[in-house]
Each structure stands twice: as C-alpha cells, then as structure tokens.
Design a protein around this ligand. Sequence first.
Ligand SMILES: Nc1ncnc2c1ncn2[C@@H]1O[C@H](COP(=O)(O)OP(=O)(O)OP(=O)(O)O)[C@@H](O)[C@H]1O
Ligand SMILES: [Mg+2]
Length: 213
Amino acid sequence: MLIANISPRSMGKTTDTGMMGHAFHEAGYAVQLWDADESEHLKQWSDLAGFPFPVKCNATAKFAEEYTPLGEHGIDIVDVGHTENHPHIADSVLKVADLVLIHMEPSMADYQRVHQPRTSTPVKTMVGRSAFDRPSREAPPMWVLLNRVRPVVRSEGEIRNLLIDADYNVLTVKIPVLDEIKQATGFTVERASRGPFGELVTELQTRGLVKSV
Ligand SMILES: Nc1ncnc2c1ncn2[C@@H]1O[C@H](COP(=O)(O)OP(=O)(O)OP(=O)(O)O)[C@@H](O)[C@H]1O
Ligand SMILES: [Mg+2]
C-alpha cells in the first residue's frame, strides 16, 4: 500500500517520512520510500545514512504511471513536494495513494495554510477531487498527523478541535518537537519504533488504516 505524506509547504514531511520508514521497517514490514520532492532531501538523507530499504525518486506528474509498488503486504511511503508549489505532483500521487497523511504543526498559521490557503487549493479539495482520477471513484482516506508539538501548548487542543469541526480526521498520536528528531535528518536512524513513530505505526494498525504484518 502507498501512504502519501503531504502538506502545503515545509511542515516536517521529510523528517516524518524517514522516521516512519524506519518505524515500519523495525516493526517487520517490507518498506520502500519515494521522494517526490524536487529537493530530493529524503534521498540525500538516505544516501548519507544508508537506509536499510530503498528510496526512489520521482518528482513528476507521471508518478502514478511510473511508480512500482512493493505489493500487498509492503509499505510504500511517499514524501510529496509542497502542494502549494507542485500541485501536479500531488495530483498524480493522489491517483494511487491508499492513505493520505497531512503533516502540520498545531499552529493557527499551519491550520490556515492547510484549510483556507489564500493563493492555493486546500489539501482537502485536492484529495477530494482525486476521486475522479481513481479506479474506485473514491478519494483515499485522509488523516492529519500533528507534529513538532510543543509540551503544554494551549493551541494544540484548539487546533485539534478546529480540525475536527472542519471534518478532518486527526490521529491521536502526535510527534513532539524534539532535538533528537530535529537532528535525525542526515544521520543513521536507530530505534525509531521505540518513540512516537512506533506509536504511530500501532495507531495506524489499530484504526485499520494499514494491515498488520
Ligand atoms: N519533531 C520535530 N522536532 C523538531 N524539529 C523538527 C521535527 N520535525 C521536523 N523538524 C525540523 O523542522 C524543519 C522542517 O522539517 P522537514 O524538512 O522534515 O519538513 P518538510 O515538510 O519536508 O519541508 P520541505 O517541504 O521544505 O521539504 C527541519 O529543520 C526539521 O529538522
Ligand atoms: Mg522535505
């Protein structure tokens, strides 16, 4: 299955994609990552750190036609470039994604950028309209993952409620703002499954959003 990690702009996607890849790998899944961002940050991280699974690049509007999935029991995860600047790549990924995760901080700035952007199409609209291009004629399930969450921040509850009121599904697990996560990019990742990314794998399994191994 293909998990698409998307956000309108820089919102922690590459970090979350690399860490999720390791957490799924440590949980026993066959994993393949896709870098669909022209910056190729994920690929560079993998080259520097030696990820124990493949990372392939395809930052094009042909992603849907060209990507080769691992198969039914594998987990493919794609780090999609900014939907604000590269909607054609996101539209292509959304044709074949089985699950969409929106990555954002629980801040009003990120909420507005996701839900009511001034100069781009909202992510939810992009996901909804992808139904027309999919064999099932149904949009993929879409969940919000709150990341870079500061301890005891009042806005977390407020943003969670705003999202839920606006009909978003919001994962219970959140990714805290942590120096060790900030500094993960570029380095070898160890024991990703012991922290919040392991909890994320468990929540995705429990909700039936990914199959258990
Ligand atoms: N949980 C975290 N705690 C602390 N810092 C984080 C965390 N997650 C990401 N960061 C930092 O936030 C910044 C943005 O993260 P990242 O590059 O993963 O976002 P992105 O959405 O891929 O951005 P872009 O769209 O520009 O590629 C980076 O400096 C990263 O180190
Ligand atoms: Mg990135």
